[in-house]
Design a protein around this ligand. Structure first.
Ligand code: FE2
Length: 390
């Protein structure tokens, strides 16, 4: 009997160690490797994701639960040096945009689709310009990407230290990959639909974040492939829409972002918590280090209180800001995924929410998230709308 696709893939597999070794010793003309070093104590040491195969197929084929919640202990994250690759890149982004066959700005405020590019073929100059485009436009989309999970890790790690989630399921041998996975086993509810930026309780939350969707729900009438769109909203746009008086107040404030609730939920449901959960104080308004623009930095998932305010005033202000984010239609873009489409967003300057309208169908994607700088506010930074070229 002819081997199945998965059997062929397993027989041709390249272990991450071999791949890392191969990539980390570049000969002339070869690309430098950014593949990270694996943390100690990963579960299932016998398992290796085959090159070119989606973990959605390979992990269950190896007899393991997918996504895998087996706990392994990770040390607390500590502050580390981060320099945004986009700083110093060409403001015109000529190498990147010149190579695209089409550049579609999907709304005035947020979202650009690039056509005719493969992420894995970009030069470092083009990657740096892509990071600038993401910083400016909030989220950049590309369809039909030939990018397997190793390519994705390699691509993400170029921009910074990849975040490993404190509790979410992981691919057992590639822990920097966060599976976005729902099927008929999903718990009904709307918690996952809350507008948020990812893991803002971390000391250095992710900046540029890359999600590739490889399985889309057939949730329409007669099994039509539809459902599971994602919406992003611009933090720059929402912030500049507020009154000058309110902005002046917000710029003096800090807020507590907490990972405790998420950690408690994890212990209650999957029993998997890899790090000691933390709470971190961040400015309510932060400055983006590449654009120099001010952006609103609170979200309903993780921002629990405004520092120094009585609870009722803190709750009222956060409720008002969260409602403003959710209702800011003119600063939103809604993306309809296609197989192997990629979204790259700037988690510092956007909010997002996945639309869970496809139960009980399967939707699957893989996310990598390089950590960025510790959020800061520069009082000399500008509103995007005031940053006109001289
Ligand atoms: Fe998210």
């Amino acid at each position: 009997m002819a081997p199945s696709a998965i059997e062929v893939a397993f027989s041709e597999k390249v272990s991450p160690e071999v791949q890392k070794e191969k990539l980390s010793t570049p000969a002339t003309g070869e690309k430098e490797s950014y593949f990270p070093t694996k943390p100690l104590g990963l579960p299932h040491p016998e398992y290796t994701t085959p090159k070119g195969v989606s973990p959605l197929i390979s992990v269950p084929s190896a007899g393991l639960q997918y996504p895998n919640y087996t706990p392994f202990k990770l040390p607390d994250l500590v502050e580390h040096l981060f320099t945004d690759k986009a700083i110093g890149s060409d403001p015109k982004k000529a190498a990147l945009l010149g190579a695209a066959t089409e550049v579609k700005h999907l709304t005035p405020a947020i979202g650009t689709e690039l056509v005719g590019l493969q992420l894995k073929d970009l030069s470092n100059v083009q990657k740096d310009e892509l990071a600038r485009l993401v910083a400016e436009r909030g989220v950049v989309f590309l369809r039909d990407q030939d990018l397997d999970v190793y390519d994705q890790v390699e691509f993400g790690a170029y921009f910074g230290e990849l975040h490993i989630h404190q509790m979410a399921g992981i691919i057992p041998d590639i822990p920097w990959v966060h599976p976005i996975h729902k099927d008929e086993t999903a718990t009904q509810g709307r918690s996952h639909q809350i507008w948020h930026s990812d893991v803002t309780y971390e000391i250095q939350p992710p900046g540029l974040t890359l999600l590739r969707m490889d399985k889309l729900p057939k949730a329409g009438p007669d099994g039509y492939e539809t459902g599971g769109d994602t919406i992003w909203a611009s933090g720059y746009g929402i912030y500049e829409s507020l009154s000058p008086t309110l902005r002046k107040i917000l710029e003096t404030l800090e807020a507590k972002h907490s990972g405790l609730e998420q950690a408690e939920k994890a212990l209650r449901t999957s029993g998997c918590l890899r790090r000691n959960p933390i709470e971190t104080i961040h400015p309510v308004v932060r400055t983006h280090p590449v654009t120099g623009w001010k952006t609103l930095f609170v979200n309903e998932n993780f921002t629990k209180e405004i520092v120094g305010l009585e609870k009722r005033f803190s709750d009222a202000l956060l409720d008002s800001l969260n409602r403003t984010i959710a209702e800011a239609y003119e600063y939103q873009v809604r993306w309809k995924w296609t197989e192997n489409a990629v979204a790259i967003w700037d988690n510092r300057a956007t909010f997002h929410t996945g639309i869970f309208d496809y139960f009980p169908h399967l939707r699957h994607g893989l996310r990598v998230a390089p950590q960025a700088e510790k959020p800061y506010f520069d009082p000399n930074s500008k509103l995007r709308k005031d940053d006109k070229p001289n």
